[in-house]
Design a binder for this molecule. Structure first.
Ligand code: ADP
Length: 581
């Protein structure tokens, strides 16, 4: 009798514990319905797990079993699997205990919803099917875990089996009896509700994690601000944008404490008001012109500026209650840069086209005004023709460059047609020096080749074009001094190293990595004074790459610059054959 009393007491204690957990669960569900989901959850998954651990342990004690384990459905495979925590089974045993739904005693109890006793596993087909004797299980009792849904008057409206509860190996050599089934059925009702909630909880946590990972990997900055003006969500990109220190958790803090950028704060404040304005008020204010999206420029820790377009929207829950405002920052720096460069480019190109046209027009006019060739000597006229001629060359170079840019844009360096030949590179350098010498009397042009004669398989026009661009830049961007064309043969690697060195203004380090970008020009007064389109180095880089070569720059501000490039001495046969074809 004493023993029975003790058992009853234990059961009531366990039921009380389960009841408390159910109450907390209900509270949790209610709170998650009413909040933006950002407050701390009232109970944690570990709390539920701890209760379940006590449940299996005490259940085992109550029915005097050596082992107790809960099996639930795997959402993906549909199998029933042993769920942690369990009592009297090792981690490996739990991990490997998995039963298809149509199989074994587990499958049968799950499908039928009726309990079963296994007096002897070795003699029972259903037990052998799920390999219970291998787990050193002699006998057992299994009950279904059924969740009952009730209406307001406590009438059961729906029953759903979510798994089964096993107790194995009756202690002291005994056998499981109907009384054990009754005890277990009583416990299993509360247990099922807790497990169902734990599963739901787990799913919510997993869904939330998935969502957080998705938000974190967005390339746009994302900020969720709740109704109280606190940060509900701030993804990695937004944390980088607003330079949130690594150890600081911005969640739950007022957004004005975290975001220091004044212009951004203004925009966010305005966006919150706009997003929360009732729809009819917004409609009333709507003008014919669509609203201009907000743009803000934010500098990173290295001072590099990025342009962001800001969008905002009000976030509602299922019952259409506002839970905050989501604000997205889209990085549109590249788009804006290209737009700006395009505008600049058009004005630069117009200027560059006009520059040679002005002297051409002037000298042609002068020559036309002297039909009888009385005003100018033959030498004068020759000089005028020479000036016109070199300006025509300048124009046609510019037009060729523009055509090449559009070819490269379409097909990359591969878009450049190459006519491979064995080329005397020194001779090419000498021709460039010959042309460029006429452009300056303040520079000394030097050819420094070792050995003196260097040949390589290249396209003669293209190699000359590369050198021409680099030497002309070296002259343009230095007041005077030496411009040296360096050539070195590198027999070990079968390559040729070429360089153009000047003693000019140099290039700031930050600008060096952008030099070879289309339309890029260093932004300073000295550079602006010198005419240019910003396409020379872009073309040079692509021409070097069409040789399967590589180009780089070494430069020191105020001291000078060297552009180096390395190309193979020979091109592979297939390349040559391709261009021949
Ligand atoms: P452009 O000379 O027509 O502007 P490039 O593409 O040839 O265009 O050069 C891009 C930019 O690189 C130039 O505007 C200039 O700022 C910089 N640059 C090129 N070569 C030199 C050099 N040798 N020294 C200093 N700056 C240079």
């Amino acid at each position: 009798m004493d023993e029975l009393d003790r058992l009853r007491q234990k059961i009531s204690q366990l039921e009380a514990e389960l009841g408390e957990l159910r109450r907390k669960n209900a509270e949790l569900q209610e709170r998650s319905k009413n909040s933006a989901g950002q407050e701390d959850l009232p109970i944690s998954l570990s709390e539920i797990e701890e209760t379940l651990r006590r449940l299996v342990q005490r259940t085992a004690m109550i029915v005097q079993a050596e082992k107790c384990v809960i099996m639930v459905r795997d959402r993906e495979t549909g199998d029933l699997f042993a769920r942690q925590p369990a009592f009297g089974l090792t981690e490996e045993e739990i991990a490997s205990y998995r039963v298809p739904i149509h199989c074994g005693i587990t499958g049968e109890v799950y499908r039928s919803g009726n309990p079963a006793i296994l007096p002897n596993t070795e003699k029972d087909k259903r037990a052998v099917e799920e390999r219970l004797p291998d787990l050193r299980i002699r006998n057992g009792v299994t009950v279904p875990l059924i969740v009952e849904k009730r209406d307001d008057e406590s009438r059961v409206t729906d029953r759903l089996t979510i798994g089964v509860l096993h107790c194995f190996n009756k202690r002291y050599g005994g056998e499981f009896i109907e009384e054990d089934v009754r005890l277990l059925e009583r416990l299993s009702r509360s247990a099922a509700a807790v497990i169902a909630n734990a599963q739901m909880f787990q799913e919510v946590v997993e869904e939330k994690e998935k969502l957080v990972h998705t938000l974190e990997s967005l390339t746009a900055g994302l900020l969720l601000i709740n109704q109280h003006g606190n940060i509900g969500q701030m993804n990695a990109q937004a944390r980088v944008m607003f330079e949130v220190p690594a150890g600081t958790d911005p969640i739950g803090k007022p957004f004005a404490d975290i975001i220091k950028h004044t212009e951004c704060l203004e925009i966010i404040n305005r966006k919150i008001v706009e997003a929360n304005r009732p729809a009819d008020a917004a409609e009333e204010e709507e003008s014919d012109e669509p609203p201009k999206p907000d743009e803000v420029t934010i500098a990173d820790s290295e001072g590099e500026e990025y342009i962001y377009q800001v969008h905002a929207a009000e976030v509602h829950d299922d019952s259409n209650k506002s839970i905050g405002t989501v604000i997205i920052f889209n990085d549109i720096t590249d788009i804006r840069n290209v737009e700006r460069m395009k505008t600049e480019f058009v004005s630069i190109v117009s200027h560059e086209l006009r520059t040679p046209l002005t002297p051409m027009k002037g000298f042609v006019r002068t020559l036309l005004d002297d039909p009888n060739e009385e005003m100018f000597t033959v030498e004068d006229r020759q000089e005028f023709y020479g000036i016109i001629d070199s300006n025509v060359d300048r124009l046609s170079r510019l037009i060729n460059d523009l055509l090449n840019v559009s070819r490269i844009e379409k097909r990359g360096a591969a878009g450049i047609e190459m006519n491979w030949e064995e080329v005397d590179i020194r001779k090419a350098a000498e021709e460039v020096v010959g042309i460029q010498r006429g452009m300056t009397d303040r520079h000394t042009l030097v050819i420094d080749f070792e050995p003196e004669q260097i040949t390589a398989v290249t396209d003669p026009d293209k190699i000359q074009n590369i050198l021409q661009n680099l030497v002309s830049n070296a002259i343009k961007y230095s007041q005077g001094g030496e411009v040296r064309i360096i050539g070195r043969m590198e027999p070990e690697t079968e390559t040729v190293l070429l360089g153009v060195r000047d003693q000019g203004m140099g290039i700031p380090e930050a600008a060096q990595k952008k030099l070879f970008t289309k339309f890029y020009r260093v932004d300073n007064r000295n550079v602006r004074k010198v005419g240019g389109t910003g396409i020379g180095l872009f073309l040079v880089k692509n021409l070097v790459e069409a040789h399967k070569g590589h180009i780089w720059v070494e430069s020191e501000l105020g001291k000078g610059t060297t552009f180096w490039f390395r190309i193979p001495m020979k091109q592979s046969r297939s390349e040559e054959a391709e261009t021949a074809a």
